[in-house]
Design a protein around this ligand. Structure first.
Ligand code: OXD
Ligand code: MN
Length: 590
């Protein structure tokens, strides 16, 4: 099927700048996938894995190109103020001039792949179209998994002809010449110098979050860093939960949660709708509806096992690209936290015999797997209108302070809790790991405009909902006095979801704290775990001095957003501080 004229003109213009040896228009067919895989194997970009893993390949990236590079990521909006204080800003003309120099001739001797793709189900009225140009066969093959790629995009072409122009080249892979630039005013993305997923699969973080967040602001919806999960309580109807956690805080695991035996026996069931991104829109019924714009999972390998996430393990047994994992002599991938111990003779993520001086798999090693492989994928995961959300969760990696679960008083309080979320940094982005930073709605690296405006947009969307989801905070990462996780997590997180859904039904006993309502004694089912009621009580408690300090940090963060930060949200920080003092007094003996 022929591409629309606007695309053909754009590609012709790009050819003169990029000067590729060949141009390949991707059609998305199986024959094409096989041809691209053969080409990638012949050039050493991919290595086939064991025959027991049909259609699976290993890719080893450049060792300096293993994670998102937030310091090299720019929002090139018309003014610095539009990008806001949390984004790197670059004047669009300057960015274009600098990057044009780098793109000029960057595809000499290489093939330019033209990758048309749809974000969202192709028959969804909410879909967005992108066309990515890339000189990486790895990127083209990954885009085929992560998006609806190929001729489907021409068939799903939007009536007004809008599409995101996505330009990508590996360049020389030098971090010195690596830039990931977003031009929200032009609906365009230019990325050069990296082949890493978050920097190079432009449909994902760049389009579905940074550009989409701006489109959502202008069109009245939200693009969020959220998983979407379907949960059916025994004899109840299916409920939908959307949850925002920063990268590597367990979104994929929660999206694929398996009920623990006691809950399964009672009839609890769960299905996966999405594991990383949700587009949320007010529906005509006054509820918030969510669509997963992606078609695959770009999941973190380390820690994934049949025990922690059996659905993910089942999803990656075929048609999966593994990146920077270790390789066992039998041609199967291996990583820290795998079901089996490290096999003898394992090669590390760089392809060298593993000398055990560091991890065998890179801590941000990944698998790219089609969502349809997932045994728990929801039957309606591609519903054109999405699914109606009952509860929104904000979660983070907090060894202290934040309770296991807390329910926001109302939408504004929820926007405050999410909008000032703090979490420890992880290996998903370059930089130090384990540093606590404010990561509003888990969107710090992904919001394409001023965060103050973004919080206001959340308030505006909420104001338009007659039946809004309830908002909760969760924290699976509290540690005990020995620094060990005090909550078992994984399947047992469903116990917390059970209380959350009870609250959504107006049930679920709770008690007031400065964070909002937490489960009352006995309201969270612990049978089958080794968590004692005393441990649970500790998990639900924060020290008043800690809450006051947290309120101050959150308030100070909001101050950095300046005048554009909504007053109602700032007022919540003061209210938290006052509540902490009052609560402390009420708890201490007279
Ligand atoms: C991701 C990330 O890859 O958040 O999803 O970094
Ligand atoms: Mn993510």
């Amino acid at each position: 099927m022929e591409a629309p004229l606007a695309v053909r003109h754009w590609i012709a213009d790009l050819q003169t700048v990029l000067q590729p040896a060949h141009v390949h228009w991707c059609d998305g067919s199986d024959a094409e996938r096989e041809a691209l895989e053969r080409e990638a194997v012949a050039s050493g970009v991919l290595q086939p894995l064991a025959a027991s893993l049909p259609g699976c390949f290993l890719h080893r990236s450049h060792p300096d190109d293993v994670a998102r590079t937030e310091h090299l990521t720019f929002i090139c909006s018309a003014t610095k103020e539009d990008a806001g204080p949390t984004n790197n800003w670059w004047a669009p003309d300057e960015a274009r001039a600098k990057l044009t120099e780098l793109f000029r001739g960057s595809m000499k001797g290489r093939t330019m792949y033209v990758v048309p793709f749809v974000m969202g189900p192709p028959d969804s009225p909410f879909r967005k179209i992108g066309v990515q140009v890339t000189d990486s066969v790895y990127v083209a093959l990954n885009m085929r998994i992560m998006t609806r790629m190929g001729d489907v995009a021409w068939r799903a072409w939007l009536p007004d002809g809008t599409f995101t122009r996505c330009l990508h080249s590996l360049g020389d892979l030098s971090p010195e010449r690596r830039y990931i630039c977003h031009f929200p005013d032009d609906n365009a993305i230019w990325s050069i110098g990296s082949g890493y997923g978050g920097n190079a699969l432009l449909g994902k973080k760049c389009l579905a979050l940074r550009i989409a967040s701006v489109l959502g602001r202008d069109e009245g919806w939200l693009a969020e860093h959220m998983l979407i999960l379907a949960v059916q309580p025994p004899e109840g109807r299916v409920r939908y939960v959307a949850a925002a956690f920063p990268s590597q805080c367990g979104k994929t695991n929660l999206a694929m949660v398996v009920p623990p035996p006691e809950l399964a026996a009672k009839g609890w069931k769960c299905w996966t709708v999405g594991d990383d991104i949700a587009w949320l829109r007010p529906g005509p019924d006054g509820r918030l509806w969510a669509v997963n714009p992606e078609a695959g999972f770009f999941g973190v390998a380390p820690g994934t096992s049949h025990k922690s996430n059996p659905s993910a393990m089942d999803s990656i047994q075929r048609d999966t690209i593994y990146t920077n994992v270790a390789l066992a002599p039998d041609g199967t991938p291996w990583w820290e936290g795998h079901d089996s111990p490290a096999p003898d003779g394992v090669l590390d993520w760089r392809g060298r015999p593993w000398d055990k001086s560091g991890p065998a798999a890179h801590p941000n090693s990944r698998f790219t797997a089609p969502a349809r492989n997932c045994p728990t994928i929801a039957p309606n995961w591609e519903a054109p209108q999405g699914v109606p959300i009952d509860a929104i969760l904000f979660g983070a990696r907090r060894p202290t302070v934040m309770p296991l679960v807390n329910e926001a008083r109302d939408w504004t309080h929820g926007v405050f809790l999410g909008g000032t979320l703090a979490s420890e940094t992880t290996a998903a982005a370059t930089g130090k790991v384990g540093v606590l930073r404010q990561d509003p709605m888990a969107m710090l690296p992904f919001c394409g405009y001023h965060l103050g405006d973004y919080l206001q947009h959340w308030l505006d969307v909420g104001a338009g909902l007659t039946n809004p989801p309830r908002i909760f905070g969760v924290n699976w990462f509290r540690t005990d006095e020995n620094g060990k996780f005090a909550w078992p997590g994984f399947g047992d997180n469903l116990r917390v979801l059970a209380w959350i859904l009870d609250r959504c039904d107006g049930n679920g006993a709770g008690r007031e704290t400065p964070w909002g309502v937490v489960p009352a004694e006995g309201a969270l089912a612990l049978e089958g775990t080794n968590v004692t009621p005393a441990t649970l009580a500790r998990l639900l408690t924060s020290d008043t001095a800690e809450i006051e300090a947290e309120a101050a940090t959150r308030g100070a963060f909001l101050d950095t957003l300046g005048e554009r930060c909504p007053r109602e949200i700032k007022a919540e920080a003061s209210r938290l501080s006052v509540a902490a003092v009052a609560w402390g007094k009420s708890l201490s003996p007279a």
